[in-house]
Design a protein around this ligand. Structure first.
Ligand SMILES: C[S@@+](CC[C@H](N)C(=O)[O-])C[C@H]1O[C@@H](n2cnc3c(N)ncnc32)[C@H](O)[C@@H]1O
Length: 261
């Protein structure tokens, strides 16, 4: 994703330095904020605008006018539902137990990874290919202060280990059977519904689906299961998923999994 980097209005010297360093990291321009609006920067450079906030978290303003920043989103509802019922579709597809290790190959905003970390009580490795999304999420996880009912999951935020890499390349470098569960949640294919959380993602995220080559590596690296989140009805489009079990669902999200032990 292409960005230019700026700061909040009236930045401190520290914030300016941070934004300049980030622009060097992304090999792009640092734009002094001065009296510029986000829209005027967007128009002038025709790029997404990455803003360094006062607390050093990041907000991405996309060209189409959406905002992407770290927030636990649907994690809270899923967590509370899981605590109340012991039932959660992803956890069921993973057959995730306390003590299992999870490699999350599509970290995104880390909502799935947070639930995995909460249930497993283990570190979760999360791989994200886009360097800007990676930086937004890494900083978000480090700085987010769970409040109220989310406090119960405070440790989960600390257990996620974000890595910026292509998941296939990362998998290739891992030893055989090095994680209990290898999990994928690629961008949905032609979704027929609108989801506020995923909408900015659809504009800027990497859209790789899971290739047969990637799956082969995942099945080598997993000790117990490989699990993929897909949208309903999509499994049939991928003949190489024929030996994956479909976990039926009444929602538009389904999971397929393969037991590899
Ligand atoms: C649908 S989102 C994942 C949502 C995430 N599971 C969550 O709970 O927030 C897919 C993410 O995978 C990333 N991605 C796509 N292809 C990838 C690849 N080959 N390697 C690593 N990350 C990838 C995208 O940039 C995007 O952030």
């Amino acid at each position: 994703m292409e960005v230019v980097v700026t700061t909040e209005k009236r930045p401190s010297q520290e914030l300016i330095k941070e934004a300049q360093e980030l622009s060097q990291k992304f090999k792009t321009l640092y734009i002094p904020r001065r009296h510029n609006t986000i829209n005027s920067i967007k128009k002038r450079y025709n790029k997404n605008v990455l803003v360094v906030n006062r607390d050093l978290t990041l907000t991405l303003h996309t060209l189409k006018g959406q905002k992407l920043f770290f927030h636990p989103g649907l994690f809270k509802i899923r967590l509370l539902n899981y605590i109340a019922t012991g039932n959660e579709a992803m956890i069921k597809a993973m057959n995730l137990k306390e003590g299992d290790t999870v490699l999350d190959c599509n970290l995104g905003l880390a909502q799935d990874a947070l639930l995995s970390a909460f249930v497993s009580k283990q570190a979760v490795t999360g791989v994200e290919k886009d360097p800007v999304i990676f930086e937004i999420v890494k900083r978000g996880l480090e700085r987010y202060k769970p409040e109220g009912k989310l406090k119960i999951a405070e440790d989960a935020f600390k257990r996620i280990k974000p890595i910026c890499a292509d998941n296939t390349e990362f998998l290739k470098a891992q030893p055989d059977k090095s994680y209990d569960i290898v999990y994928f949640s690629p961008m949905f294919i032609k979704p027929k519904w609108h989801c506020d959380v995923m909408s900015p993602f659809r504009e800027v995220a990497v859209k790789d689906f899971v290739s047969p080559e990637t799956l082969k590596e995942a099945e080598r690296v997993a000790r117990k299961r490989v699990v993929i989140k897909i949208n309903k009805g999509v499994k049939e489009l991928f003949p190489y998923l024929s030996d994956y079990t479909l976990q039926e669902s009444s929602t538009h999200v389904e999971y397929v999994f393969k037991v590899v032990s």
